[in-house]
Design a protein around this ligand. Structure first.
Ligand SMILES: NC(=O)C[C@H](N)C(=O)O
Length: 302
């Protein structure tokens, strides 16, 4: 039987109703005890890392998850991280870049209803995540609602429904069918020597363009070394903001462009507004998701 390390971090999957609303109180051990069917999938060992709503997770917490995987990679065939869904896509993208070329499956999962609640999606998701962690594959993946999503392409698109996640800018890595079979159509490629990026720089800011964003807003950005701008469509800087962005670039800030559109990304050659932005020196990031762009910059890849 394959050996899987279940890293518990909290999230709705571990929640119980309290006087102050849902709060993650279940341990990883309790999750396993509530799901005896796990025994038939793999041999699970639990690592109790933290019990937090994923809203409260910081970069330090995410690096703790990455270290738990990296330091145990010789002892386990695969890893499951039980995580809140709200920021799961940020963790998936960051782990993809921090655990470069990881040669084991690292599977993030969570649920929209707590383990043990009537009609909960938690048992299916945790079982499926363990099935993928025990499968012959590599890389960081998100497994929810029968979908296997490449880490840097995972995106939460619904705040209530069980089918909350989608794959943006890439096909699904695969699916888990209702019989519990893992079907990998586009698995992550085995690629290069595994490497751990120990030192990340979180001093990156994200700005969303809106039609009436005042140029003065860019004055407060000068102290940030790296700013990601979510631009409209295929990308560009509105003419009325050009002087402000130019002054930001002159102060030494790197300015990256991604698109507000979920699919397609930025292409600065198509329109004049895009060419003007390119001539100013902004850096286009193609079709990266917001989460992937932030993570790649934090890991100093861009
Ligand atoms: N469904 C969930 O897990 C939401 C929860 N607020 C979390 O992200 O921890």
């Amino acid at each position: 039987m394959k050996k899987v390390l279940l890293i518990a971090t909290g999230g709705t999957i571990a929640c119980r109703e309290t006087a102050n609303g849902l709060s993650p109180t279940l341990t990883g051990g309790a999750l396993v005890r509530l799901l005896p069917a796990l025994e038939t999938v793999c041999a699970v060992t639990v690592c109790e890392l933290m019990r937090l709503d994923s809203t409260d997770l910081t970069a330090a917490d995410r690096m703790q998850m990455a270290r738990a995987v990296w330091e145990n990679r010789g002892r386990y065939d695969g890893f499951v991280i039980a995580h809140g869904t709200d920021t799961l896509s940020y963790t998936a993208a960051l782990l993809h870049h921090v655990l470069r070329n990881i040669d084991r499956p690292v599977v993030l999962t969570g649920s929209m209803l707590p383990m043990g609640a009537p009609g909960s999606d938690a048992p299916r998701n945790l079982l499926d995540a363990c099935r993928v962690a025990a499968a012959d594959c590599v890389g960081v993946l998100a497994v929810l609602h029968g979908k296997i999503i490449h880490g840097p392409h995972a995106a939460k698109r619904h705040s209530l429904e069980a089918d909350a996640f989608t794959s943006v800018g890439a096909p699904l890595a695969g699916v888990i069918d209702r019989a519990g079979c893992v079907r990998l159509a586009h698995p992550p490629k085995r690629d290069g020597t595994p490497r751990f990026v120990r030192d990340i720089d979180t001093d990156v800011l994200l700005v969303k363009l809106t039609p009436d964003l005042p140029p003065s807003f860019f004055n407060v950005l000068h102290r940030y070394p790296r700013v990601v701008v979510e631009a409209f469509g295929a990308g560009g800087i509105p003419r009325r903001l050009e002087d402000a962005v130019r002054s930001l670039l002159r102060s030494g800030t790197r300015v990256y462009l991604i698109s507000q559109c979920a699919e397609g990304g930025v292409d600065l050659h198509k329109y004049e507004v895009g060419r003007r932005a390119e001539a100013m020196g902004v850096i286009p990031l193609g079709s990266r998701t917001t989460e992937d762009a932030l993570a790649a910059i934090q890991c100093r890849e861009l």
